[in-house]
Design a protein around this ligand. Structure first.
Ligand code: G6C
Ligand code: FE2
Length: 350
């Protein structure tokens, strides 16, 4: 199906209104040549209709010679903004940036947010944006879960497949994603609906077993056989399995950087309109597959960079891996039982 331009504009008006855009605000539309022109136009028209002062910052695309694939999360850290101080100043001048080219996981994004500028990432296809149009109910559910996670000192994950993972917490903040940037200095991503934090440096340990059907990003593949990851002192030390384990091992070793094996953000999905099946209906180049990151009751873990929260690991290789049917405990509270959100009650959607 296809969203028409009028609908897309109305949706952007709703999301920018939730993001506190009004006649007192300036909105920068950040783009590059690969941005979705429909998204750029809709964001521009919506911001103008809300009375904001709107401008566009277009950056020549940046390609690192070792980057592979078109998924913008596959190569993190350096972006088209890296080193472009003039453009960064132009962006820091805005109250809100609609990012249609992807600054996520870059130091520049953190520098811009520190000035109080808000950033809303929107790089998924318009039809995916439409299916997961953010609501204030999404926000309240995600914040209810965050109230539990931000106090926690331990996250444990178990599954029938054999996962048995422990991550001491407290060194890093909890990050929420509910789809709109409504607070000064906030980054958010439309579409989303999940939350995460990072394990204390060098302390995550145990085993994570990817069962058939679990999702590997940016490969955009469903595991067809089990992959077993051994984690010691915060790093993946062994990757067992068949062809897919070999593929993952080969891909990660390609970066020739021991930091790629560090455990990065860990959390769970709270978006009931995100679907585990959606990735199978899209091409690999259709955005970054937020359905996989946000589907209700997933355990989302990742490897690689933790610069987003002031960590020392700046590595370009970022894997986001979504597991189904896990039991996730935050301290002694079971928040997800076999892939079903069970607590806190205020975070449940059904
Ligand atoms: O929304 C996102 C997207 C990618 C990622 O790694 C984190 N959050
Ligand atoms: Fe990630």
């Amino acid at each position: 199906m296809a969203v028409n331009q009028s609908q897309l504009g109305q949706m952007f008006e709703q999301v920018l209104r939730l993001s506190k855009v009004d006649a007192t605000q300036s909105v920068a539309i950040l783009k590059s040549h690969y941005s979705d022109a429909r998204t750029v136009q809709a964001a521009t028209d919506a911001a103008l209709r809300l009375g904001a002062k709107v401008y566009c910052v277009e950056l020549p695309a940046f390609n690192h010679p070792t980057a592979m694939g078109n998924d913008m999360t596959a190569y993190c850290g350096d972006t088209a903004l890296t080193g472009n101080i003039a453009a960064q100043r132009a962006l820091e001048a805005a109250d809100l940036i609609v990012d249609t080219m992807m600054l996520l996981h870059s130091p520049e994004q953190e520098q811009i947010l520190k000035t109080g500028t808000r950033i809303l990432l929107a790089v998924e296809p318009p039809e995916v944006l439409a299916r997961m149009l953010p609501t204030e109910e999404d926000k309240s559910r995600v914040l209810a879960a965050a109230a539990v996670l931000e106090k926690a000192r331990m996250m444990t994950v178990k599954s029938q497949a054999g996962s048995d993972f422990r991550a001491p917490l407290g060194q890093y903040p909890t990050v929420t994603e509910y789809g709109y940037a409504d607070e000064p200095g906030r980054w958010d991503h439309w579409p989303s609906g999940f939350l995460f934090t990072w394990p204390n440096e060098d302390q995550a340990e145990g085993v994570l077993v990817l069962e058939v059907g679990d999702i590997l990003l940016p490969f955009k593949s469903y595991a067809r056989e089990r992959i077993t990851l051994e984690i010691e002192k915060g790093f993946v030390t062994k990757i067992h399995g068949g062809f897919e384990a070999e593929y993952l091992r080969d891909y990660m070793s390609y970066f020739n950087d021991p930091e790629v094996y560090g455990i990065s953000h860990i959390g769970w999905g709270l978006q009931p309109r995100a679907q585990w099946t959606a990735m199978g209906l899209h091409d690999k180049n259709d955005g970054m597959c937020m359905d996989a990151r946000a589907f209700y009751g997933n355990f989302l873990f990742s490897t690689g960079p933790n610069t987003e929260v002031g960590g020392k690991r700046k590595t370009p290789c970022h894997m986001d891996i979504a597991l189904r049917r896990c039991d996730i405990k935050v301290d002694d509270l079971l928040v997800v039982a076999e892939g079903e959100v069970v607590a806190p009650e205020a975070s449940r959607a059904r």
